[in-house]
Ligand binder design. Structure first.
Ligand code: DAH
Length: 335
């Protein structure tokens, strides 16, 4: 038996020397030590042997099996090593690195400025409940303001948030006062698409609540913010607006930078871009989140990040931004 096994090892070595592909090695392995191999039959025959025979042949067969297995493993490893050394490191490669989306870039830039002003950056959830998206923001079930924001409702009773304003509520619940937060994120509305409307876009919510906060604080912060983001003295104008969660409410516009205020399709020939709605936080909103409106006041705003990116990077069609066209999206960077 011993001699037979030695011969087998020699034979396997010889056959392995003659092959160079992994599949061939595996075939040999199956042939010589696989389930249907003669070697396997020898191993099975151990069962029928006497105790004395088992003592002799058991260790012998097992050590030979290990030796044979090692032969196959070593051969396969040597193949893999060869693959590495065969690799030509000097061959030219096509390095196609990714780039950040313009909305990501603008969100990064604007939150950096806000952080310097003492704002904490939060991140809300895209799946929101009715309470945080509407109810807590002074928009009860039958309120007409719900029609302003066509909502995608989900089967689980929740909804895709139509605005980042719900993050104001989460922040008040979690941190109470004084509060200075901002929260960039994606929002959804069931809208038809055109050059300036998307069903998925980005906003940045901001809220400051403290003692003696006045509307002029908001105008100052907004003006500073835009000047920093655009690296120039940005022309702004303020109009009255309406939102159920702010009183008084405003619309803050910036001079269209695509046409420098002359009028173009992006600004609908008005020379102005509606960019930042906001106002003084409605006392009902503070009250609902457990803050005493007689002691504290605050302002809130919701910047249209997508529009801001369009202005910053002079993109005249909103659909570019969700197009996934890398040639279009690659050319933007932080100044
Ligand atoms: N959430 C509003 C919208 O999507 C925008 C907004 C208005 C946000 C006034 C605010 C605010 O924080 O005070 O139309």
């Amino acid at each position: 038996m011993k001699e037979k096994l030695e011969n087998l090892v020699t034979l396997v070595k010889k056959e392995l020397d003659a092959v160079s592909k992994e599949a061939e090695i595996l075939n040999l392995k199956a042939k010589y030590i696989g389930k249907k191999s003669e070697f396997s039959n020898l191993l099975s025959s151990l069962k029928e042997m006497s105790t004395d025979e088992k003592k002799v042949y058991g260790p012998l067969l097992n050590s030979k099996k290990k030796e044979l297995e090692a032969l196959f493993t070593t051969k396969i490893e040597s193949l893999n090593n060869n693959i590495e050394t065969d690799f030509d490191e000097t061959l030219p490669v096509n390095i196609n690195t990714g780039s950040l989306h313009p909305v990501t870039l603008i969100a990064k830039e604007i939150t950096e400025v806000l952080k310097r002003m003492g704002f904490t950056v939060l991140q809300g959830l895209e799946m929101e409940d009715d309470y945080h998206n509407f109810e807590a923001l002074n928009i009860p079930k039958d309120h007409p303001a719900r029609d302003m924001q066509d909502t995608f409702y989900l089967d689980n009773g929740k909804l895709l948030r139509t605005q980042t304003s719900g993050d104001q509520v989460h922040a008040m619940e979690k941190y109470n006062v004084p509060l200075r937060i901002c929260s960039p994120g994606r929002v959804f509305r069931n809208e038809d698409l055109d050059a300036s409307h998307e069903n998925t876009f980005f906003q940045l919510e901001g809220m400051v609540v403290d003692k003696d906060i006045k509307i002029e604080n908001m105008f100052y912060v907004m003006k500073e913010l835009l000047n920093e983001v655009f690296h120039q003295d940005v022309k702004m104008r303020v109009r009255p607006g309406f939102f159920p969660f702010t009183e008084p409410s405003f619309e803050m516009d910036m001079c269209c930078l695509i046409c420098n205020g002359k009028g173009c399709p992006t600004c609908k020939n008005s020379g102005w871009i509606e960019l930042i709605p906001g106002g003084m936080v409605h006392p009902n909103v503070l009250k609902k989140s457990g803050i005493d409106p007689d002691k504290y006041t605050g302002f809130a705003f919701g910047i249209g990040l997508t529009r801001l990116a369009m202005m910053k990077y002079k993109i005249n069609d909103i659909r570019y931004l969700n197009s996934g066209d890398l040639r279009a999206l690659k050319k933007f960077e932080i100044e």
